[in-house]
Design a protein around this ligand. Structure first.
Ligand code: NAD
Ligand code: G6P
Ligand code: MN
Length: 443
Protein backbone atom coordinates (compact mmCIF):
# COMPACT_ATOMS: atom_id res chain seq x y z
CA UNK A 1 0.00 0.00 0.00
CA UNK A 2 1.21 3.48 -0.94
CA UNK A 3 2.31 5.48 2.11
CA UNK A 4 2.20 8.93 0.51
CA UNK A 5 0.64 10.78 -2.41
CA UNK A 6 -2.69 9.24 -1.56
CA UNK A 7 -5.58 9.57 -3.93
CA UNK A 8 -8.95 9.79 -2.20
CA UNK A 9 -12.31 9.65 -3.96
CA UNK A 10 -15.46 10.99 -2.36
CA UNK A 11 -18.33 9.04 -3.91
CA UNK A 12 -21.38 11.25 -3.59
CA UNK A 13 -19.04 14.23 -3.89
CA UNK A 14 -21.98 16.63 -4.03
CA UNK A 15 -23.18 15.65 -0.55
CA UNK A 16 -23.37 18.42 2.01
CA UNK A 17 -21.19 16.25 4.26
CA UNK A 18 -18.24 16.63 1.85
CA UNK A 19 -16.76 19.87 3.30
CA UNK A 20 -16.62 18.34 6.79
CA UNK A 21 -14.91 15.20 5.52
CA UNK A 22 -12.43 17.17 3.41
CA UNK A 23 -11.68 19.43 6.37
CA UNK A 24 -10.76 16.32 8.37
CA UNK A 25 -8.59 15.07 5.48
CA UNK A 26 -6.80 18.43 5.36
CA UNK A 27 -6.32 18.57 9.13
CA UNK A 28 -4.64 15.15 9.06
CA UNK A 29 -2.16 15.47 6.22
CA UNK A 30 0.73 14.55 8.54
CA UNK A 31 -0.66 11.06 9.15
CA UNK A 32 -2.77 10.76 6.01
CA UNK A 33 -0.74 12.36 3.20
CA UNK A 34 -3.14 13.18 0.43
CA UNK A 35 -2.11 14.52 -2.95
CA UNK A 36 -5.32 14.06 -4.94
CA UNK A 37 -8.98 14.49 -4.06
CA UNK A 38 -11.61 13.36 -6.54
CA UNK A 39 -15.27 14.22 -6.21
CA UNK A 40 -17.34 11.57 -7.97
CA UNK A 41 -21.10 11.97 -8.39
CA UNK A 42 -23.91 11.41 -10.88
CA UNK A 43 -25.15 14.98 -10.54
CA UNK A 44 -22.90 17.36 -12.46
CA UNK A 45 -24.24 20.54 -10.85
CA UNK A 46 -23.92 19.38 -7.27
CA UNK A 47 -20.47 17.95 -7.92
CA UNK A 48 -19.26 21.15 -9.55
CA UNK A 49 -20.73 23.25 -6.72
CA UNK A 50 -18.79 21.15 -4.26
CA UNK A 51 -15.61 21.42 -6.32
CA UNK A 52 -15.88 25.20 -6.01
CA UNK A 53 -16.27 24.96 -2.24
CA UNK A 54 -13.35 22.57 -1.79
CA UNK A 55 -11.14 24.61 -4.14
CA UNK A 56 -11.98 27.66 -2.04
CA UNK A 57 -11.07 25.77 1.15
CA UNK A 58 -7.74 24.62 -0.29
CA UNK A 59 -6.86 28.14 -1.34
CA UNK A 60 -8.03 29.82 1.83
CA UNK A 61 -6.19 27.36 4.04
CA UNK A 62 -3.10 27.57 1.79
CA UNK A 63 -2.85 23.86 1.04
CA UNK A 64 -0.23 23.11 -1.60
CA UNK A 65 0.30 19.93 -3.56
CA UNK A 66 -3.27 18.70 -3.72
CA UNK A 67 -4.89 18.11 -7.09
CA UNK A 68 -8.69 18.43 -7.03
CA UNK A 69 -10.99 17.07 -9.69
CA UNK A 70 -14.72 16.55 -10.04
CA UNK A 71 -15.98 13.91 -12.42
CA UNK A 72 -19.03 11.85 -13.37
CA UNK A 73 -16.86 9.25 -15.08
CA UNK A 74 -16.20 6.21 -12.86
CA UNK A 75 -13.05 5.25 -14.77
CA UNK A 76 -11.55 8.71 -14.33
CA UNK A 77 -12.61 8.71 -10.69
CA UNK A 78 -11.35 5.33 -9.54
CA UNK A 79 -8.29 4.37 -11.61
CA UNK A 80 -5.29 4.84 -9.31
CA UNK A 81 -7.30 5.66 -6.22
CA UNK A 82 -6.34 4.40 -2.74
CA UNK A 83 -9.43 5.15 -0.67
CA UNK A 84 -13.08 5.66 -1.56
CA UNK A 85 -15.24 7.40 1.02
CA UNK A 86 -18.80 6.56 0.04
CA UNK A 87 -21.77 8.72 0.93
CA UNK A 88 -24.15 8.45 -1.96
CA UNK A 89 -27.90 8.87 -1.56
CA UNK A 90 -29.76 7.06 -4.32
CA UNK A 91 -32.85 9.06 -5.19
CA UNK A 92 -31.62 12.11 -3.29
CA UNK A 93 -33.46 14.08 -0.66
CA UNK A 94 -36.59 14.06 -2.83
CA UNK A 95 -36.92 10.32 -2.34
CA UNK A 96 -35.96 10.66 1.35
CA UNK A 97 -39.02 12.86 1.62
CA UNK A 98 -41.15 10.02 0.19
CA UNK A 99 -39.58 7.50 2.58
CA UNK A 100 -40.65 9.69 5.45
CA UNK A 101 -44.04 10.85 4.23
CA UNK A 102 -45.58 7.64 2.85
CA UNK A 103 -45.50 5.63 6.13
CA UNK A 104 -46.72 8.69 8.04
CA UNK A 105 -49.88 8.68 5.88
CA UNK A 106 -50.67 5.31 7.45
CA UNK A 107 -49.82 6.41 10.98
CA UNK A 108 -46.41 4.66 10.90
CA UNK A 109 -42.92 5.97 11.64
CA UNK A 110 -41.49 7.79 8.61
CA UNK A 111 -37.71 7.88 8.97
CA UNK A 112 -34.58 7.81 6.82
CA UNK A 113 -33.06 4.56 8.12
CA UNK A 114 -35.58 3.07 10.57
CA UNK A 115 -38.97 1.52 9.94
CA UNK A 116 -40.42 1.26 6.45
CA UNK A 117 -38.73 4.44 5.23
CA UNK A 118 -35.39 2.78 5.89
CA UNK A 119 -36.51 -0.33 4.02
CA UNK A 120 -37.64 1.70 1.00
CA UNK A 121 -34.31 3.53 1.04
CA UNK A 122 -32.56 0.17 1.36
CA UNK A 123 -34.07 -1.21 -1.81
CA UNK A 124 -32.82 1.90 -3.66
CA UNK A 125 -29.47 2.16 -1.99
CA UNK A 126 -28.34 -1.46 -2.43
CA UNK A 127 -28.40 -1.08 -6.19
CA UNK A 128 -26.32 2.12 -6.06
CA UNK A 129 -23.78 0.65 -3.68
CA UNK A 130 -23.38 -2.62 -5.58
CA UNK A 131 -22.73 -0.51 -8.69
CA UNK A 132 -20.11 1.49 -6.84
CA UNK A 133 -18.36 -1.58 -5.47
CA UNK A 134 -18.33 -3.09 -8.97
CA UNK A 135 -16.62 0.04 -10.34
CA UNK A 136 -14.00 -0.01 -7.61
CA UNK A 137 -13.33 -3.72 -8.18
CA UNK A 138 -12.94 -3.04 -11.89
CA UNK A 139 -10.82 0.10 -11.75
CA UNK A 140 -9.04 0.00 -8.38
CA UNK A 141 -9.23 -3.50 -6.87
CA UNK A 142 -6.62 -2.64 -4.25
CA UNK A 143 -8.50 0.42 -2.95
CA UNK A 144 -10.33 0.46 0.37
CA UNK A 145 -13.96 1.56 0.42
CA UNK A 146 -15.03 3.22 3.66
CA UNK A 147 -18.78 3.37 3.56
CA UNK A 148 -21.13 5.77 5.27
CA UNK A 149 -23.99 5.24 2.82
CA UNK A 150 -27.21 4.22 4.54
CA UNK A 151 -29.05 2.11 5.44
CA UNK A 152 -25.82 0.57 6.64
CA UNK A 153 -26.87 -2.92 7.71
CA UNK A 154 -28.80 -3.55 4.51
CA UNK A 155 -25.88 -2.31 2.41
CA UNK A 156 -23.39 -4.43 4.35
CA UNK A 157 -25.58 -7.52 4.02
CA UNK A 158 -26.07 -7.04 0.27
CA UNK A 159 -22.40 -6.29 -0.47
CA UNK A 160 -21.34 -9.31 1.54
CA UNK A 161 -23.60 -11.55 -0.54
CA UNK A 162 -22.52 -10.17 -3.92
CA UNK A 163 -18.87 -9.24 -3.24
CA UNK A 164 -17.74 -11.32 -0.24
CA UNK A 165 -14.12 -10.23 -0.66
CA UNK A 166 -14.68 -6.51 -1.11
CA UNK A 167 -12.16 -4.38 0.77
CA UNK A 168 -14.80 -2.37 2.53
CA UNK A 169 -15.53 -1.07 6.02
CA UNK A 170 -19.06 -0.03 6.93
CA UNK A 171 -19.33 2.54 9.66
CA UNK A 172 -21.87 4.81 11.29
CA UNK A 173 -21.08 8.06 13.05
CA UNK A 174 -23.87 7.69 15.61
CA UNK A 175 -21.93 6.02 18.43
CA UNK A 176 -19.10 8.52 18.18
CA UNK A 177 -21.65 11.36 18.11
CA UNK A 178 -23.40 10.00 21.21
CA UNK A 179 -20.07 9.63 23.00
CA UNK A 180 -18.84 13.09 22.04
CA UNK A 181 -22.12 14.70 23.05
CA UNK A 182 -22.15 12.91 26.41
CA UNK A 183 -18.52 13.83 27.05
CA UNK A 184 -19.17 17.50 26.32
CA UNK A 185 -22.40 17.65 28.30
CA UNK A 186 -21.03 15.98 31.38
CA UNK A 187 -17.39 17.09 31.37
CA UNK A 188 -15.46 14.00 30.28
CA UNK A 189 -12.80 13.42 27.64
CA UNK A 190 -13.98 10.63 25.39
CA UNK A 191 -10.43 9.96 24.23
CA UNK A 192 -10.05 8.20 27.57
CA UNK A 193 -12.97 5.89 26.91
CA UNK A 194 -13.10 2.23 25.97
CA UNK A 195 -16.69 1.58 25.03
CA UNK A 196 -18.41 -1.80 24.86
CA UNK A 197 -21.39 -1.77 22.57
CA UNK A 198 -23.39 -4.26 20.54
CA UNK A 199 -26.35 -4.20 18.22
CA UNK A 200 -27.42 -3.83 14.65
CA UNK A 201 -26.90 -0.46 12.99
CA UNK A 202 -29.01 2.28 14.65
CA UNK A 203 -30.22 -0.48 16.95
CA UNK A 204 -27.85 -1.18 19.82
CA UNK A 205 -26.72 -0.65 23.39
CA UNK A 206 -23.61 0.26 25.36
CA UNK A 207 -22.83 -2.24 28.08
CA UNK A 208 -19.92 -0.35 29.66
CA UNK A 209 -17.78 2.72 29.11
CA UNK A 210 -14.45 2.38 30.87
CA UNK A 211 -12.66 5.67 31.49
CA UNK A 212 -8.90 5.13 31.55
CA UNK A 213 -8.12 8.30 33.51
CA UNK A 214 -10.79 7.65 36.15
CA UNK A 215 -10.04 3.92 36.13
CA UNK A 216 -13.66 2.87 36.32
CA UNK A 217 -16.75 2.09 34.26
CA UNK A 218 -18.61 5.40 34.01
CA UNK A 219 -21.69 4.07 32.21
CA UNK A 220 -23.76 3.81 35.41
CA UNK A 221 -23.12 7.45 36.26
CA UNK A 222 -23.79 8.56 32.68
CA UNK A 223 -27.12 6.73 32.78
CA UNK A 224 -27.93 8.37 36.09
CA UNK A 225 -27.24 11.82 34.66
CA UNK A 226 -29.12 11.13 31.43
CA UNK A 227 -32.21 9.87 33.21
CA UNK A 228 -32.44 13.22 34.95
CA UNK A 229 -31.45 15.70 32.25
CA UNK A 230 -31.38 15.19 28.50
CA UNK A 231 -28.15 16.13 26.73
CA UNK A 232 -27.91 19.39 24.85
CA UNK A 233 -26.76 19.27 21.24
CA UNK A 234 -23.05 19.88 21.15
CA UNK A 235 -20.51 21.02 18.55
CA UNK A 236 -22.37 20.06 15.40
CA UNK A 237 -26.02 20.26 14.35
CA UNK A 238 -26.15 23.41 16.48
CA UNK A 239 -29.63 24.80 16.91
CA UNK A 240 -31.12 21.73 15.27
CA UNK A 241 -34.29 20.99 17.23
CA UNK A 242 -34.80 17.53 15.78
CA UNK A 243 -31.45 16.37 17.23
CA UNK A 244 -32.42 17.90 20.56
CA UNK A 245 -35.65 15.89 20.36
CA UNK A 246 -33.61 12.74 19.76
CA UNK A 247 -31.55 13.34 22.91
CA UNK A 248 -34.75 13.98 24.86
CA UNK A 249 -36.13 10.64 23.69
CA UNK A 250 -32.90 8.90 24.66
CA UNK A 251 -33.48 10.10 28.22
CA UNK A 252 -37.04 8.86 28.03
CA UNK A 253 -35.89 5.43 26.85
CA UNK A 254 -33.58 5.28 29.88
CA UNK A 255 -36.47 5.99 32.20
CA UNK A 256 -38.09 2.77 30.94
CA UNK A 257 -34.96 0.64 30.48
CA UNK A 258 -32.19 1.97 32.73
CA UNK A 259 -29.76 -0.95 32.60
CA UNK A 260 -27.90 -0.16 29.38
CA UNK A 261 -27.28 3.01 27.43
CA UNK A 262 -29.29 2.76 24.17
CA UNK A 263 -28.62 4.12 20.71
CA UNK A 264 -31.01 7.06 20.27
CA UNK A 265 -32.46 5.46 17.10
CA UNK A 266 -34.25 2.87 19.26
CA UNK A 267 -36.88 5.53 19.94
CA UNK A 268 -38.52 4.59 16.63
CA UNK A 269 -39.07 1.01 17.83
CA UNK A 270 -39.94 1.71 21.47
CA UNK A 271 -42.11 4.78 21.03
CA UNK A 272 -43.46 4.83 17.47
CA UNK A 273 -46.72 6.35 18.70
CA UNK A 274 -44.97 9.35 20.28
CA UNK A 275 -42.65 9.84 17.33
CA UNK A 276 -45.56 9.84 14.88
CA UNK A 277 -47.53 12.24 17.07
CA UNK A 278 -44.59 14.64 17.16
CA UNK A 279 -43.93 14.55 13.41
CA UNK A 280 -45.49 16.98 10.96
CA UNK A 281 -46.51 14.71 8.06
CA UNK A 282 -46.19 17.63 5.65
CA UNK A 283 -42.76 18.83 6.77
CA UNK A 284 -40.37 16.05 7.70
CA UNK A 285 -36.63 15.79 8.34
CA UNK A 286 -35.91 15.76 4.57
CA UNK A 287 -37.56 19.19 4.33
CA UNK A 288 -35.52 20.43 7.27
CA UNK A 289 -32.31 19.21 5.64
CA UNK A 290 -33.26 20.81 2.29
CA UNK A 291 -34.02 24.10 4.03
CA UNK A 292 -30.95 23.82 6.25
CA UNK A 293 -27.75 22.04 5.16
CA UNK A 294 -28.57 22.08 1.46
CA UNK A 295 -29.45 25.79 1.43
CA UNK A 296 -26.29 26.60 3.40
CA UNK A 297 -24.24 24.79 0.78
CA UNK A 298 -25.95 26.67 -2.04
CA UNK A 299 -25.33 29.95 -0.21
CA UNK A 300 -21.62 29.17 0.04
CA UNK A 301 -21.47 28.46 -3.69
CA UNK A 302 -23.28 31.69 -4.48
CA UNK A 303 -20.84 33.71 -2.41
CA UNK A 304 -17.85 32.03 -4.05
CA UNK A 305 -19.23 32.64 -7.54
CA UNK A 306 -19.94 36.27 -6.70
CA UNK A 307 -16.53 36.74 -5.03
CA UNK A 308 -18.26 37.97 -1.89
CA UNK A 309 -15.95 39.41 0.76
CA UNK A 310 -16.06 38.14 4.32
CA UNK A 311 -17.01 34.77 5.74
CA UNK A 312 -17.96 32.27 3.07
CA UNK A 313 -17.53 28.85 4.61
CA UNK A 314 -20.38 27.66 6.77
CA UNK A 315 -20.57 23.94 7.44
CA UNK A 316 -20.64 21.58 10.39
CA UNK A 317 -17.28 20.19 11.27
CA UNK A 318 -18.08 17.45 13.74
CA UNK A 319 -17.03 13.91 14.48
CA UNK A 320 -18.44 12.64 11.19
CA UNK A 321 -15.49 13.61 9.00
CA UNK A 322 -12.82 12.91 11.57
CA UNK A 323 -14.14 9.40 12.22
CA UNK A 324 -13.84 8.24 8.60
CA UNK A 325 -10.40 9.81 8.23
CA UNK A 326 -9.30 8.12 11.46
CA UNK A 327 -10.40 4.78 10.01
CA UNK A 328 -8.47 5.35 6.81
CA UNK A 329 -5.42 6.41 8.82
CA UNK A 330 -5.67 3.29 10.94
CA UNK A 331 -5.62 1.15 7.79
CA UNK A 332 -2.78 3.12 6.23
CA UNK A 333 -0.58 3.09 9.31
CA UNK A 334 -1.75 -0.29 10.57
CA UNK A 335 -2.39 1.37 13.91
CA UNK A 336 -5.22 -0.84 15.19
CA UNK A 337 -7.42 1.92 16.52
CA UNK A 338 -10.81 0.91 17.80
CA UNK A 339 -14.04 1.81 15.96
CA UNK A 340 -17.65 0.66 16.02
CA UNK A 341 -18.08 -1.19 12.74
CA UNK A 342 -20.85 -2.99 10.93
CA UNK A 343 -19.54 -6.49 10.30
CA UNK A 344 -20.75 -10.08 9.91
CA UNK A 345 -21.28 -11.51 13.38
CA UNK A 346 -19.48 -14.86 13.23
CA UNK A 347 -19.28 -15.19 16.99
CA UNK A 348 -18.86 -11.58 18.09
CA UNK A 349 -22.23 -11.89 19.79
CA UNK A 350 -22.18 -15.57 20.75
CA UNK A 351 -25.92 -16.18 21.03
CA UNK A 352 -26.96 -14.37 17.84
CA UNK A 353 -26.99 -16.09 14.43
CA UNK A 354 -23.53 -16.17 12.91
CA UNK A 355 -24.57 -14.64 9.59
CA UNK A 356 -26.26 -11.56 11.07
CA UNK A 357 -24.62 -8.24 10.26
CA UNK A 358 -23.95 -6.54 13.59
CA UNK A 359 -22.38 -3.35 14.93
CA UNK A 360 -19.61 -4.02 17.44
CA UNK A 361 -16.18 -2.62 18.36
CA UNK A 362 -13.41 -3.62 15.97
CA UNK A 363 -9.71 -2.89 15.66
CA UNK A 364 -8.70 -1.59 12.25
CA UNK A 365 -5.36 -2.22 10.58
CA UNK A 366 -3.81 -2.95 7.21
CA UNK A 367 -5.84 -6.13 6.74
CA UNK A 368 -9.11 -4.43 7.64
CA UNK A 369 -11.40 -4.93 10.62
CA UNK A 370 -10.80 -7.30 13.51
CA UNK A 371 -14.07 -7.28 15.44
CA UNK A 372 -14.01 -8.17 19.10
CA UNK A 373 -15.85 -11.15 20.58
CA UNK A 374 -18.24 -10.32 23.45
CA UNK A 375 -17.61 -13.69 25.09
CA UNK A 376 -20.90 -13.33 26.98
CA UNK A 377 -24.40 -13.98 25.71
CA UNK A 378 -26.66 -10.97 25.35
CA UNK A 379 -29.93 -10.78 27.28
CA UNK A 380 -33.26 -11.98 25.95
CA UNK A 381 -34.78 -8.52 25.61
CA UNK A 382 -32.05 -7.24 23.29
CA UNK A 383 -31.73 -10.59 21.57
CA UNK A 384 -35.43 -10.78 20.77
CA UNK A 385 -35.51 -7.26 19.41
CA UNK A 386 -32.38 -7.82 17.33
CA UNK A 387 -33.49 -11.17 15.98
CA UNK A 388 -36.75 -9.75 14.69
CA UNK A 389 -35.00 -6.76 13.14
CA UNK A 390 -32.29 -8.91 11.65
CA UNK A 391 -34.79 -11.35 10.13
CA UNK A 392 -36.71 -8.45 8.62
CA UNK A 393 -33.50 -7.03 7.15
CA UNK A 394 -32.48 -10.39 5.72
CA UNK A 395 -35.89 -10.81 4.12
CA UNK A 396 -35.59 -7.39 2.55
CA UNK A 397 -32.20 -8.19 1.03
CA UNK A 398 -33.64 -11.52 -0.20
CA UNK A 399 -36.47 -9.51 -1.79
CA UNK A 400 -33.88 -7.35 -3.57
CA UNK A 401 -31.93 -10.26 -5.03
CA UNK A 402 -34.92 -12.52 -5.74
CA UNK A 403 -37.20 -9.69 -6.94
CA UNK A 404 -39.72 -11.15 -4.52
CA UNK A 405 -42.82 -9.20 -3.56
CA UNK A 406 -43.67 -11.87 -0.96
CA UNK A 407 -40.31 -11.50 0.80
CA UNK A 408 -40.65 -7.71 0.74
CA UNK A 409 -44.10 -7.97 2.29
CA UNK A 410 -42.76 -10.31 4.98
CA UNK A 411 -39.93 -7.87 5.71
CA UNK A 412 -42.33 -4.92 5.92
CA UNK A 413 -44.70 -6.87 8.18
CA UNK A 414 -41.93 -8.02 10.51
CA UNK A 415 -40.52 -4.52 10.96
CA UNK A 416 -41.17 -3.61 14.57
CA UNK A 417 -42.57 -0.16 13.76
CA UNK A 418 -45.46 -1.83 11.90
CA UNK A 419 -48.69 -2.80 13.59
CA UNK A 420 -50.43 -4.93 10.93
CA UNK A 421 -49.87 -6.79 7.68
CA UNK A 422 -52.59 -4.61 6.17
CA UNK A 423 -50.63 -1.45 6.75
CA UNK A 424 -47.39 -3.12 5.66
CA UNK A 425 -49.02 -4.02 2.35
CA UNK A 426 -50.55 -0.59 1.79
CA UNK A 427 -47.23 1.14 2.38
CA UNK A 428 -45.32 -1.39 0.27
CA UNK A 429 -47.72 -0.94 -2.64
CA UNK A 430 -47.54 2.83 -2.50
CA UNK A 431 -43.77 2.76 -2.15
CA UNK A 432 -43.42 0.44 -5.14
CA UNK A 433 -45.06 3.06 -7.30
CA UNK A 434 -43.04 5.93 -5.83
CA UNK A 435 -39.79 3.97 -6.29
CA UNK A 436 -40.49 2.61 -9.78
CA UNK A 437 -37.33 4.17 -11.15
CA UNK A 438 -35.12 2.79 -8.39
CA UNK A 439 -36.31 -0.53 -6.98
CA UNK A 440 -35.92 -3.89 -8.66
CA UNK A 441 -39.26 -5.01 -10.08
CA UNK A 442 -40.99 -7.09 -7.38
CA UNK A 443 -43.45 -9.82 -8.31
P1 NAD B 1 -27.42 14.06 -0.47
O1 NAD B 1 -28.51 13.55 -1.33
O2 NAD B 1 -27.45 15.49 -0.07
O3 NAD B 1 -26.00 13.81 -1.21
C1 NAD B 1 -25.68 12.58 -1.78
C2 NAD B 1 -24.94 12.75 -3.11
O4 NAD B 1 -24.82 11.44 -3.70
C3 NAD B 1 -25.66 13.63 -4.13
O5 NAD B 1 -24.77 14.62 -4.62
C4 NAD B 1 -26.07 12.64 -5.22
O6 NAD B 1 -26.10 13.19 -6.52
C5 NAD B 1 -25.00 11.56 -5.09
N1 NAD B 1 -25.36 10.26 -5.66
C6 NAD B 1 -26.56 9.64 -5.62
N2 NAD B 1 -26.47 8.43 -6.23
C7 NAD B 1 -25.19 8.29 -6.64
C8 NAD B 1 -24.47 7.26 -7.31
N3 NAD B 1 -25.06 6.13 -7.70
N4 NAD B 1 -23.16 7.45 -7.55
C9 NAD B 1 -22.54 8.58 -7.18
N5 NAD B 1 -23.16 9.60 -6.54
C10 NAD B 1 -24.47 9.45 -6.27
O7 NAD B 1 -27.36 13.12 0.80
P2 NAD B 1 -26.68 13.42 2.23
O8 NAD B 1 -27.74 13.87 3.18
O9 NAD B 1 -25.50 14.25 2.06
O10 NAD B 1 -26.28 11.95 2.68
C11 NAD B 1 -25.33 11.18 1.95
C12 NAD B 1 -25.30 9.76 2.45
O11 NAD B 1 -24.61 9.67 3.68
C13 NAD B 1 -26.67 9.14 2.73
O12 NAD B 1 -26.66 7.79 2.36
C14 NAD B 1 -26.82 9.27 4.23
O13 NAD B 1 -27.74 8.37 4.75
C15 NAD B 1 -25.40 8.94 4.62
N6 NAD B 1 -24.98 9.30 5.98
C16 NAD B 1 -24.56 8.28 6.76
C17 NAD B 1 -24.09 8.51 8.02
C18 NAD B 1 -23.69 7.35 8.85
O14 NAD B 1 -23.58 7.44 10.04
N7 NAD B 1 -23.45 6.20 8.26
C19 NAD B 1 -24.05 9.81 8.52
C20 NAD B 1 -24.49 10.84 7.71
C21 NAD B 1 -24.93 10.59 6.41
C1 G6P C 1 -26.65 10.38 11.97
C2 G6P C 1 -26.74 8.93 11.59
C3 G6P C 1 -26.76 8.80 10.08
C4 G6P C 1 -27.90 9.60 9.50
C5 G6P C 1 -27.80 11.04 9.94
C6 G6P C 1 -29.04 11.80 9.54
O1 G6P C 1 -25.43 10.92 11.58
O2 G6P C 1 -25.67 8.18 12.08
O3 G6P C 1 -26.84 7.45 9.74
O4 G6P C 1 -27.89 9.54 8.10
O5 G6P C 1 -27.69 11.11 11.33
O6 G6P C 1 -28.87 13.14 9.79
P1 G6P C 1 -29.76 14.24 9.06
O7 G6P C 1 -29.25 15.51 9.63
O8 G6P C 1 -29.50 14.07 7.58
O9 G6P C 1 -31.16 13.94 9.41
MN1 MN D 1 -25.68 6.15 11.05
Amino acid sequence: MKQKNLNVVIAGGGSTYTPGIIQAVLNNRDVFPVSKITLYDIDADRNEDMRLIIAYMLKQQKHQGIELIATLDPEEAFVGCDFVFSQIRVGGLTMREQDEKIPLKYGLVGQETCGLGGFAYGLRSIRGLLGLVAYVQQYAPEAWILNYTNPETLIAEAVRRKFPNAKMLNACDMTISIEETMARNFGYDRNNWIAQYYGLNHFGWYTSIYDKSLERDIMPELIQKLRGTPMKIASFNKGDQSWQDAWNMLSKTLQYFPEYLPNNYLEYYFFPNIVVENTDPNYTRANQVMDGRLKNTQEMVKKIRQHTDGAVLNFDFGEHGQYIVDMATSILNDSHQRFMLIVPNYGSIPNLRADAVVEVPAYVGRTGAEPIAMRQPINDFHKGLMEAQNAAEKLLVDAYFEHSYQKALQAFTLNQTVSSADKAKQVLDEMMIANKEYWPELS
